[in-house]
Design a protein around this ligand. Structure first.
Ligand SMILES: C[S@@+](CC[C@H](N)C(=O)[O-])C[C@H]1O[C@@H](n2cnc3c(N)ncnc32)[C@H](O)[C@@H]1O
Length: 506
């Protein structure tokens, strides 16, 4: 790739990252502003818990929102983020706070993004700054997902804006430098690059239902907003869009590192000693299972002896919607499979359910992608010594209570200990997403997606932590980190994902 194209790509990526931050943060900023949080921060640094006491609301979610702003460099918030940590506005934050009044329109932008995603048009006039992604995101997704339009790339793309459903977003795309409207509407080179990056919008836009209710989450009754019970539809996230994004991420960027670990486990053993099944906890739309089946059967010797050593792909899900999609896709692909309801917090139940299917629960390879951080938090049972200052959190539980990073880390130690009895023979291969400290996120501004990911995960009670803490928790639980690969540094400037094979000491 030539240098000019690389520079353009980096500039467009910065625009996209800013917009993702805007989508994730706009309604939280509006709520914090309405409740006087920025007025207090502007008066000077004050301890976190003094601020939380003064503004009221749900301490966990308010703290999560403040940390989101720290990752954007707007609020100063230094590790270990405990109750004594001094909070204030950074120099950039002071300038930015002068424009807070416009955030009152944020809920209207969330509603507009929903309409644009449904192809209903009618973009609001104010789609600049933190609001641009609400309008540009749905439009780019339209262009990205439309096969007919995509076929023209990389030539200048003649866009029938009406037909593509992006007419309402034309002014916004034009202002971003992504669309020329005359003489004929067409995407600029920057716009074509933005279309290629469009899948990144799927994740924050899948949280529109949550973002619409952020005022309630932070300052009202958060329980009414949440629904994580098995066998009921979830209300805070568009799960179909979320798992589609996850499947795309797996195919685009996770598969090579993941297969590196999985295929080696098959190639290293004679077929009779290899796993009888692969169990994907949180199987989403089944992409990981489908791709892994193809890789094992196509690239390892097991593929030639499946008649004697059959392999079953087992998808486990707490979302009935996702489970149904995975079931359908695995069946359509003709892959020997089963799907089960289950939760990552209950490996004992999984073992019993596998037993009832006639599968030896110890003769499986456990895998998961981005699910460990979505376990439920329960107060830690033990007081493991912390691995230094825990630069994670704070976090929230679904009722809005605040969880300190140290307790969250100990809860993760408990979680690894819970799985220890079930992973003895073949181990567990986990793909996990990670956050970073505000210092690292700020140093990587313009490249990093940490701020929006941290905020959206935190608001939906998902517990992202830095990779070192993740691995340290497994070790504290008595597991062995047999192999671990990290990714993110080259593209985002910091570790973002880990691929780890955990085993039990011999
Ligand atoms: C990031 S997606 C991974 C999808 C799939 N493994 C893949 O890569 O193609 C996470 C999935 O885990 C499910 N999930 C989240 N928390 C869970 C939990 N506590 N127990 C079981 N499944 C969960 C979600 O419904 C979602 O479908």
């Amino acid at each position: 790739m030539d240098a000019a194209l690389r520079r353009l790509q980096a500039a467009v990526w910065t625009q996209v990252c800013d917009q993702l931050d805007g989508i994730a943060g706009a309604t939280a900023i509006a709520a914090l502003s309405r409740h006087g949080v920025f007025d207090r921060l502007a008066r000077g640094p004050l301890p976190r818990d003094v601020l939380l006491d003064a503004v009221g609301g749900n301490r966990g979610f308010v703290a999560v929102a403040l940390k989101g702003l720290a990752l954007r460099g707007l609020v100063s918030f230094a590790a270990p983020f405990d109750g004594e940590a001094e909070l204030g506005l950074t120099a950039e934050g002071r300038q930015w706070a002068a424009g807070l009044a416009r955030y009152a329109a944020a809920p209207a932008l969330v509603a507009a993004a929903g309409r644009l995603l449904r192809g209903e048009g009618g973009a609001p006039p104010d789609a600049s700054g933190d609001f641009a992604g609400f309008v540009a995101g749905p439009a780019l997704l339209r262009l990205h997902d439309d096969e007919t339009l995509r076929r023209f790339a990389p030539e200048p793309l003649p866009v029938d804006l009406e037909a593509a459903g992006v007419a309402a977003a034309a002014a916004c795309l034009d202002a971003l430098g992504w669309l020329e409207r005359t003489p004929v509407p067409r995407l600029t080179p920057a716009g074509r690059l933005a279309v290629l990056m469009a899948p990144q919008y799927r994740y924050p836009l899948s949280y529109l239902p949550l973002l619409a209710g952020v005022e309630t989450l932070l300052f009202g009754d958060p329980v009414a907003l949440r629904d994580r019970r098995e066998d009921e539809a979830e209300s805070h996230v568009d799960r179909a869009a979320d798992i589609r994004f996850s499947g795309e991420v797996f195919v685009r960027s996770s598969a090579p590192a993941f297969f590196g670990l999985v295929l080696a486990r098959f190639d290293a053993l004679p077929p009779e000693s290899q796993p009888a099944a692969i169990v994907d906890m949180g199987c989403g739309d089944g992409t990981l299972l489908i791709e892994t089946w193809r890789a094992i059967t196509g690239r390892t010797a097991r593929g030639g002896v499946l008649d004697r050593f059959p392999l079953t792909m087992i998808g486990v899900e707490y979302s009935p919607e996702a489970r149904a999609i995975a079931e359908r896709r695995l069946a359509e692909a003709g892959i020997p499979h089963r799907t089960l309801p289950g939760d990552i917090g209950d490996p004992g139940r999984l073992a019993r359910d596998l037993g009832s299917l006639g599968v030896d629960p110890l003769d499986v390879l456990h895998v998961s992608k981005s699910v460990i951080h979505n376990r439920s938090f329960t107060p830690p049972r033990s007081a493991h010594p912390l691995p230094g200052a825990v630069a994670a959190g704070p976090f929230a539980t679904s009722d809005g209570a605040l969880v300190e990073g140290s307790d969250l880390w100990r809860n993760l130690v408990d979680w690894f200990a819970l799985w220890k009895p079930w992973i003895g023979r073949h181990g567990m291969i986990a793909i996990e997403a990670h956050t970073v400290s505000p210092e690292i996120a700020v140093a990587c501004r313009g490249r990093s997606m940490a701020a929006q990911l941290d905020l959206l995960h935190g608001l939906s009670c998902q517990y992202l932590i830095p990779v070192d803490l993740h691995l340290a928790a497994a070790t504290a639980a008595g597991l062995v980190v047999a192999e671990s690969v990290r990714t993110g540094e080259a593209t985002l400037g910091h570790d973002y994902a880990s691929f780890t094979r955990f085993t039990v000491p011999a």
